[in-house]
Write a protein that binds this ligand. Sequence first.
Ligand SMILES: Cc1ncc(COP(=O)(O)O)c(C=O)c1O
Length: 400
Amino acid sequence: MERGHPARTWAKELAAEFPTFEKVPMKLKERIQNNLVEIQTKGLKRKLASPCGIDLSSNDYLGLAQDERLKNAMIEGVRREGIGSTGSRLLRGERDCFAEVEKQFAEFKGTESSLYFSSGYQANIGLLQTFLEADDIVFSDELNHASLIDGMRLSNARKIIFRHLEVDEIAKLLKETGCKGQKFLVTESLFSMDGDIAPLQKYAEICAETNTNLIIDEAHAVGIYGRKGSGLIGHFKIEKDVFLSINTAGKALGVSGAFIAGDIWAIEYLINKCRSFIFSTAPLPATADALKVALEIVETEKGSRERLLNLSRFFRELLNENGILVPLDNSQIVPILIGDSKKAVKIAESLQAKGFDVRAIRPPTVPENTSRLRVSLNVGLTKEIMREFIIKLNKEFNRK
Ligand SMILES: Cc1ncc(COP(=O)(O)O)c(C=O)c1O
């Protein structure tokens, strides 16, 4: 890289703005600078930006993060329990409200038991590190979330990555690959960056035939799909075929944390062995109070979920009618593919300036050359807003 190349500016700015960076030992400084230059050259520099404009990017699909009933429940919880939990669940961090919401969640999900974690990331790494051992093989969709990938990395199991949603490939792999230990299949049910749905019924059949344990991340599906809103496992009625599921509570449920749901013995095993559960301060107790209300709302207010999926259908059809091709899947996550990272950021910034809070998603969150606008819909949106957005988006595309 030549001196003065624009990609060097970030590293230079860093040095100029933060005198402490100058004090970093030479070799470490060089390493950091090289990494920064690479990030900048590829158009992958990140900036933190608070919400502004119409929400087309949060995971608050049902608007529950702003719901007065949840706010009141949380305030009550804070008055009763204080703010922090003050310790690990295994020590003084435990509270009755955790056990209550775990029981409620298990009923909602149709499992024997569940366990509440501070985040989905913690739940995923903890679950996979706990159950996967050295003689095992784990089969993983190539587009699985980073928290699942990191959990598999923390285990000593052999990893086999299969092409996204390729049922035939996975069936062949599962039938033909043997191991001394256990086989696991790990997948998201609704993919976070593509908004497409895994063929879970097929996976359930193949797993049953090949003695494979099926682990499903329902992060973006819980609260939306199924008769009660419990997710795609419920929608496909495969509860009995699933080893464990992870269900985040900071997306459609509007709060934070995550539930692992499954049989009692598996939950007991996690309580005793899961490092991210044991060696971490318990969540704020009041989150459990808010979640109890969120679960009641999801179960009883079916109209909200239906409205979300209707809006999604409308939005996807309108995009296609306008020549912006998106899959006609029906989920609230709509990927608008751009390809080039810098271009994706430019379009997102331009739309933000026009009042739409839409964000560009770039590698490593998505594969190389598939940068995109990830539009995530919520029930507060209207068809009028969507029409407006598409008009503005079209102008951006025509300008390029
Ligand atoms: C599929 C998937 N799993 C797990 C997580 C992690 O959940 P959390 O944000 O609660 O840590 C996310 C979050 O983006 C996700 O999309």
